[in-house]
Design a protein around this ligand. Structure first.
Ligand code: ADP
Ligand code: 5SP
Length: 474
């Protein structure tokens, strides 16, 4: 039996899935938490990767591995391969003004044409501009810029600072893939090349950028790393190119034309695999590349599963309790509407916004109503995203609902009331890590594995227009 491993280094945790290459059957898995916050020392991801691989029983019997991860995070390295400052994550909004500056300098339409997207604070280029302006000393030291999955792949292949890696700080050995490169705002999904003028405009000088690998192109192989604080990984495992987490999920799900994936994790995302690149100069839809050689128009919100975490904590219940309360209220929650911008918002681009509860009356202000308004509010933001995808030509036939909060039965049934497209809930799984496992198998054999994904639920279509009408009124 040949085993392959996929890794998802996501915002809240690191997950490892090991599968049988031939059948796709799960063999074992592991996970470890990431620290909270929107600024994280990448060393914490390396330690979580070590813990998660250990939790998964190590990789001794594994033939190939590939790492997918949260998109956009800014990892800046000096000439000695040292991380210069903690990474700014995709959900860190301090670079909102820098994003505004870059859009003013180049124009939204030009940026959409050159990079597929109009940058907001999430995008790497805006974080580099923030660094240039706020921390010029750190900016001047930058010799290479990587994304979270690029840096972890580099470390797993034995590169890193001289004191902590067998192969040392070889910056030219940094690699990335099309999907994650497309979230930088200095790479073009249409041409497949870096836009160095935009990089220099952001950071102030040119630097080493990771080589962009094709979907099945191996990054190289592992070197033996076993030791205290190092992942238990033997030498010679093939390392796949890795991916941005959303592209990884599309690969893990085997999403095809007509499928729109809605992921409710730390971020909320709505995306589809398409044959041609998309351009949306309004900035709503990011025109990303995918991990199979195609494209991935995507809408992302900042406020997703944690809206439910916060509401459940406020109501003093767990996730199941929140779901039970929500289903006890009628669709529309008696007029109660939660605009859930707890962390500012990315789509719409309102980085300084806060959450607001509308429609509070003595009748509507109940625990049940609040629970339902929280689920409806986060789903309405994603339904707006679905409409934006339609505007760039996506024709949805079904929604594949994934991510931590998709496990919640109330989220599943309310999704069938908010989306005007049938909803399918795949069996609970780590689809981003599964996408990494697909990449690992693809890089190992040259043939893309096609594994079956089972369905856990298909909530009956039950579209209730009142929910979106109320939400849109505020
Ligand atoms: N049954 C549930 N109902 C609602 N939310 C849940 C449930 N189970 C997990 N979550 C939430 O899902 C989130 C984690 O989802 P995940 O997709 O792993 O996130 P990420 O990939 O961004 O790290 C957490 O905020 C967690 O509290
Ligand atoms: O910024 C985006 C997509 O553009 C986010 O989707 C991040 O990629 C983080 O994803 P999760 O950790 O929430 O899955």
């Amino acid at each position: 039996m040949t085993l392959v491993a996929g890794i998802d280094s996501s915002t809240q945790s690191c997950k490892v899935v090991i599968r049988d290459l031939e059948t796709g059957a799960p063999v074992r898995q592991g996970r470890a938490p990431h620290p909270a916050g929107t600024e994280v020392d990448p060393q914490a991801w390396w330690e979580a990767l070590t813990a998660a691989i250990t939790d998964a029983g190590g990789l001794d019997d594994v033939a190939a591995v590939s790492i997918a991860g949260q998109q956009h995070g800014m990892v800046v390295l000096d000439a000695a391969g040292e991380v210069i400052r903690p990474a700014l994550l995709w959900n860190d909004t301090r670079s909102a003004a820098a994003a505004t500056d870059l859009v003013a300098e180049f124009g939204a339409a030009a940026l959409a044409a050159r990079t597929g997207s109009v940058p907001v604070a999430s995008f790497t280029a805006t974080k580099l501009r923030w660094l240039r302006d706020a921390e010029p000393g750190n900016a001047a030291r930058v010799a290479a810029v990587a994304l979270p999955h690029d840096w972890l792949t580099w470390r797993l292949r034995g590169y890193g600072p001289a004191s902590a890696s067998p192969l040392g700080p070889v910056l030219d050995e940094l690699v990335t893939d099309r999907s994650d490169a497309s979230g930088t705002s200095y790479w073009s999904p249409s041409t497949g090349g870096y836009d160095r003028e935009l990089l220099v405009a952001a950071l102030g000088h040119d630097v080493v950028l990771p080589r962009v690998l094709g979907p099945s192109e191996p990054a190289g192989s592992t070197v033996a790393l076993s030791g205290p604080g190092l992942p238990p990984v033997p030498a010679g495992i093939v390392v796949g190119p890795g991916a941005g987490d959303n592209a990884g999920a599309a690969l893990g799900l085997g999403a095809t034309e007509g499928d729109v994936v809605v992921s409710i994790g730390t971020s909320g995302t709505v995306f589809a695999v398409t044959g041609a690149p998309s351009t949306d100069e309004s900035g709503t839809v990011a025109g990303f590349a995918d991990a199979s050689g195609a494209f991935l128009p995507l809408v992302a919100t900042l406020n997703a599963a944690r809206v439910l975490d916060a509401t459940a904590a406020l109501l003093g219940v767990d996730h199941d309790g929140l779901g039970t309360l929500a289903l006890a209220a009628a669709p529309g929650a008696g007029g109660l509407v939660l605009q859930p911008y707890f962390e500012g918002e990315r789509t719409p681009n309102l980085p300084d916004a806060t959450a607001t509860l509308f429609g509070m009356t003595l009748a509507s202000t109940t625990r049940e109503g609040l629970a339902r308004a929280a689920i409806e509010g986060l789903l309405c933001g994603l339904a707006d995203g679905l409409d934006a995808l339609r505007r760039v030509g996506v024709e949805p036939a079904r929604i594949l609902l994934i991510g931590g909060a998709a496990l919640n039965p109330a989220v599943q049934s309310i999704a069938a009331q908010v989306f005007d497209v049938p909803v399918t809930v795949p069996e609970p799984g780590e689809y981003v890590a599964d996408g990494g496992a697909v990449q690992a198998g693809w890089a190992l054999t040259g043939v893309r594995p096609t594994w079956t994904v089972s369905t856990a639920a298909t909530p009956a279509p039950d579209f209730r227009s009142v929910i979106r009408e109320q939400y849109a009124a505020h």
